[in-house]
Design a protein around this ligand. Sequence first.
Ligand code: CA
Length: 254
Amino acid sequence: MTCIFFGKTDVGMKRNHNEDAFLTDPGLNFAVVADGMGGHAAGEVASELAVDRISSFLGQVKGNEDITWPYKYDIAFSLNANKLMVGIKLANDAILSKVAGDSKLNGMGTTIVAALFEGDNATIAHVGDSRAYLYRKNRLSLLTNDHSWVSEQVRRGLITEEQARVHPMKNVVTQALGGAERLSVEIDELPLKPGDLLLLCSDGLNSMVPGNVMEEVFAEYHQNPEELIDRLIHEANERGGDDNITVVVVREEP
Ligand code: CA
């Protein structure tokens, strides 16, 4: 089976620049969304650097799997999971060394959610609060756990999902690329079925648009991913567009 990729980013209604970055690469069967943070345009630097570093590593290992890996291969995970984990670690290193060389970039970092497709399998890796969702048979389900303060409060039963979405601390992530040398990259793997849609997004989408509304938009526009993406961005902007909004949709073809 093959995948078709769609993606778009929007600055939103409140910010004057866009710190998100994304890439869809049908040649690598790869999609990624990164949400940068840090003042003086550093957020853009971090998110773009992460996207470039991961995709260049995937390009290097594609069809050349006996190259020496810069990090140890973890036999507990699949080859594609290892590719994403190593790519993300390299991106983390690249951000840390860029910060070390320029004090103006101090504090820059980025979240990441990346997906690699092979046959009818999707491997998803993430760090931070950028998300992946699966749309299948009229249901939109969240695949990732946010690495964020509010999400931990939800898991402990201290606040509800709805309270988390509007919480003043909603932007506090508990880990990000550029934060520290040690990262714990979370991996999800799932088999895809024809017609499935995989959504990757920055929190500028899901912090503005409730899950049930996202699901309704999918129900109406799932046949046309380009229009679907425009409608999702429109819904986020209609609700205030507080943050940059990035939406990637990958459709599994029959
Ligand atoms: Ca954001």
